[in-house]
Design a protein around this ligand. Structure first.
Ligand SMILES: [Zn+2]
Ligand SMILES: [Zn+2]
Length: 368
């Protein structure tokens, strides 16, 4: 059997979330209900589920990392059906139904959690802001008040699944007997059949809508931060609870600043004369203008700190600084007067400089 991490297509340092997502994606592709009669898909599905079973458990994962497969606990399929594994993983909310399904004696499962990525401008991430989040989601159907039925419609227990919302299927394959639990095709997991379903939602009690939420992005967030909006995910089937919305932040690059922990790094352009003689330079921070005092003899690479002008700490600690790195600038073009002065300066220092290229200064030195 291949390496568990390879099977799931994740790195050894993958987070539990990444592992979960990778498994969920593969499981959808390879599930036997999606690939009837495809033995290869079935075999891969089995391997992937086994890999997930180990890597999703912190103890088993640590054990596997140290000892490999031979050290992993026994075959998780002994005595367990795929249905059990899926129920454990998806909480009974089958991913194979277009409508989320669920259902059964414990009532329909709540709607799915959703995840969206938002791009946040650099300043907004440092200083905090409100950002719009657009998404496509399920909302309760209004005409039927999320019941899925026309008022007064007769509701009866589904005959196919006896109200469980799920049916078990047993198949034989070269790998042995496969037991899977799938969504009831008759009631789509609700456990009940409606005589007169709502025309707007087709009996699901929810409809697809485009929504825009506004999220508070706290000052100091960085790329990868995830904000959880409880109850802002997809509505469940027929009034079942609503999932959560996870907003993943991606911070856009800034043209002058770069983040280093809670400090902001930037370049500070210092004219050659100011670097040599000293002087004040105005520097634009994210919130205003600060004056940086440059001492005489400043070299390129010297770091000037503006305390407390960096990134606020998410943990409530001290705010970071701006670290501005001096870049001493040599003029690219000189007027003949400036060149003359600089030549006098070089001669006073005894610096050997090249011949002048300017016609005027050649005439001057010929006359002098
Ligand atoms: Zn049914
Ligand atoms: Zn409806």
């Amino acid at each position: 059997m291949a390496d568990y991490y390879d099977l799931l297509g994740v790195g050894q340092t993958a987070s539990p979330d990444e592992i979960k997502r990778a498994f969920r994606k593969l499981a959808r592709e390879l599930h036997p209900d999606r690939n009837p009669g495809d033995d290869e898909a079935e075999a891969r599905f089995k391997e992937v589920a086994k890999a997930y079973e180990t890597l999703s458990d912190p103890d088993k994962r640590a054990h596997y990392d140290r000892f490999g497969e031979s050290g992993a606990a026994g075959n998780p399929f002994e005595g367990a059906s795929f249905g059990d594994i899926f129920d454990a993983f998806f909480g009974g909310n089958s991913p194979f139904s277009g409508f989320g399904g669920g259902g059964g004696p414990t009532g329909p499962a709540r709607g799915d959690d959703l995840e969206v990525v938002i791009d946040v401008p650099f300043e907004d991430a440092v200083l905090g802001s409100q950002q719009p989040v657009d998404l496509r989601t399920y909302a309760p159907c209004e005409p039927c008040e999320a019941t899925g039925e026309v008022a007064g419609s007769h509701v009866s227990t589904c005959e196919t699944c006896g109200g469980a919302g799920q049916v078990r299927q047993v198949r034989r394959s070269i790998l042995g007997q496969m037991v899977s639990t799938g969504l009831c095709p008759q009631c789509e997991g609700a456990g009940q059949t409606i005589e007169d379903p709502c025309g707007d939602c087709g009996g699901q009690g929810r409809v697809v809508v485009e929504k825009t939420y506004t999220v508070d992005v706290p000052a100091g967030v960085d790329t990868g931060a995830t904000l959880r909006l409880s109850g802002r995910g997809a509505a469940g089937v027929r009034g079942a609870g609503t999932g959560d919305l996870y907003v993943r932040v991606r911070v856009l690059a800034h043209d002058r600043f770069e983040r280093s922990g809670n400090d902001l790094l930037a370049e500070l352009a210092v004219p050659m004369t100011v670097a040599a003689l000293g002087g004040d330079i105005e520097f634009e921070t994210l919130e205003g203008v600060e004056t940086i005092s440059i001492p005489p003899g400043t070299q390129t690479g010297k770091v000037f700190r503006i305390a407390g002008a960096g990134v606020p700490s998410l943990q409530g600690g001290r705010r970071g600084d701006i670290r501005a790195v001096a870049i001493c600038l040599v003029p690219e073009k000189l007027t003949s007067e400036q060149e003359e002065l600089l030549r006098q300066f070089a001669s006073a220092r005894g610096d050997e400089v090249g011949e002048s290229k300017s016609l005027l200064s050649r005439i001057r030195s010929a006359l002098g």
